[in-house]
Design a protein around this ligand. Structure first.
Ligand code: IFM
Length: 469
């Protein structure tokens, strides 16, 4: 970031900048068996002993399915211009194929109407990790047919909501679905096989392309995109070995998805790195053209940076070694840090990394409008006299919004920002132990308490620019 802080005092954003907050279905809805919803891979995973901290599940979560009206009111009070939420596939199409479950569609239809009534632009994500269990039983994302099922589900969703929802994101963070779900197995469905992870990544992208085409065929004027979790990457030292390790992780974390989706090709170095893992025989000639179906927007989720190196010769795996299964083909990579302050996830707070990611994507890939579809931080919160003063989270938002402003000032077509998350919620394998919300959720009473960061964010939106902390 620039050192000239005077330029960054009270930055004002473009007049039409879209200010929002994001959530995901399994993380907030609860009512897991209500109105015909069937289990997803996360329902199953949560019931597998030892997989989720404290044995937490999404059965109740924030009880949003039943409290949706009051939650939309809260969004309106905060002045949100847009709300990004995901549709639960197993609510809409419980078995993952066949006709829609009308009760599931009705829930989202009412939500969309309510948002419009409050002047809030709905932004739909089709897939935020909750694959119907029936499809996992049939092979999951490593199976090619899952991509076809996803496109059919997209068609049902856009048929029901496409008249009122302009923004459609196909997938949220396919890296997590593929590499955490099928590689290291720390996410549902908890499988651990490098080749399956790579196949899953491919079929997720194929599903994305087919779904994008289905949405466009149904309604050509909609804004269609995908959301990737992108990382700033730095080598631990200036050594060639560390540079190569950084290249590998940039390949698997960023370019594995960016290149096929935006350029219609896999990066040659990544294919070479993975040669002992897979021969890519699952990729058919016609796939890349589908995967690179032109998009209207790209969603970027940014949280932190990877600092990557090659471990010194002969060194035993240390605390920073990532299981090779998370990073297939990267057995010789280790992760470090820069000694910066960290969040409660132990992720370094690195706002300049966000400028790097946004400018890099703008520079290296076709000119696409960008949206930060997630950015935020977990910290330990305390309720004192009915209030939550989350100064650390507020400072995180402030520094990252300054980063967004800097990117815009340097010419990046960044059109909006969604805070992660509107409210505390189920943080996957961490259960309810990590709080990312701007709104505190008391899981005993389901009371919502806007934290200081929420009140500050509301003022930022009113001002269309940063305000004093
Ligand atoms: O909670 C998750 C979200 O579901 C996807 N992106 C990262 C967030 C924080 O880990």
């Amino acid at each position: 970031m620039t050192n000239d802080q005077s330029e960054l005092t009270d930055p004002i954003f473009p007049a039409d900048f879209l200010w929002g907050a994001a959530t995901a279905a399994y993380q907030i809805e609860g009512s897991a068996a209500e109105d015909g919803r069937a289990p997803s891979i996360w329902d199953t995973f949560c019931r597998t002993p030892g997989k989720v901290r404290n044995g937490d599940t999404g059965d109740v979560a924030c009880d949003h399915y039943r409290r949706v009206t009051e939650d939309v009111k809260l969004m309106a009070e905060l002045g949100l211009r847009s709300y990004r939420f995901s549709l639960s596939w197993p609510r809409i199409q419980p078995g993952g194929s066949g006709p829609a479950n009308q009760a599931g569609l009705d829930f989202y239809s009412r939500l969309v109407d309510d948002l419009h009534e409050h002047g809030i632009e709905p932004w739909v994500t089709l897939y935020h990790w909750d694959l119907p269990q029936a499809l996992e039983d049939a092979g999951g994302w490593p199976a090619r047919e899952t991509a076809d099922r996803f496109a059919e589900y997209a068609e049902l969703a856009v048929g029901a909501l496409g008249d009122r929802v302009r923004y459609w994101t196909t997938l949220n963070e396919p890296w997590c679905s593929a590499f955490l779900g099928y590689g290291s197995g720390v996410h549902a469905p908890g499988r651990s096989d490098g080749a399956d992870a790579v196949r899953a990544g491919h079929h997720l992208m194929l599903g994305h392309g087919l779904a994008a085409q289905a949405i466009r065929a149904s309604r050509p004027n909609l804004e269609v995109g995908v959301t990737l979790n992108l990382y700033a990457i730095s080598p631990l030292t200036g050594s060639p070995a560390d540079a190569d390790a950084a290249r590998r992780i940039d390949g698997l974390a960023n370019r594995f998805f960016l290149d096929p989706i935006l350029r219609g090709e896999y990066p040659a170095d990544v294919v070479a790195d993975l040669r002992d893992v897979t021969d890519f025989a699952h990729v058919r000639d016609e796939d890349l053209a589908v995967i690179s179906t032109p998009l209207s927007v790209l969603g970027v989720n940014y949280y932190s940076r990877y600092v990557v190196g090659a471990p010194p010769e002969g060194e035993e795996p240390g605390p920073h070694w990532r299981k090779p299964s998370t990073w297939p083909g990267s057995e010789h990579v280790t992760f470090g840090d820069r000694g910066l302050p960290v969040t409660d996830m132990n992720w370094e707070i690195d706002a300049p990394g966000m400028v790097e990611v946004l400018t890099r994507v703008h520079r290296e890939y076709p000119e696409l409008p960008l949206y930060v579809t997630e950015n935020g931080s977990a910290f330990i919160d305390e309720v004192v006299d009915g209030e939550v003063h989350d100064a650390d989270r507020l400072a995180y938002f402030d520094s990252h919004l300054r980063a967004c402003h800097e990117a815009i000032a340097s010419g990046v077509p960044l059109r909006g920002y969604f805070a992660w998350s509107l409210m505390d919620n189920f943080e996957w394998a961490w259960g309810y132990s990590k709080r990312f919300g701007m709104v505190y959720v008391d899981y005993e009473t389901q009371a919502r308490i806007p934290k200081s960061s929420a009140k500050w964010y509301a003022a930022v939106i009113r001002n269309n620019g940063l305000v004093a902390q």
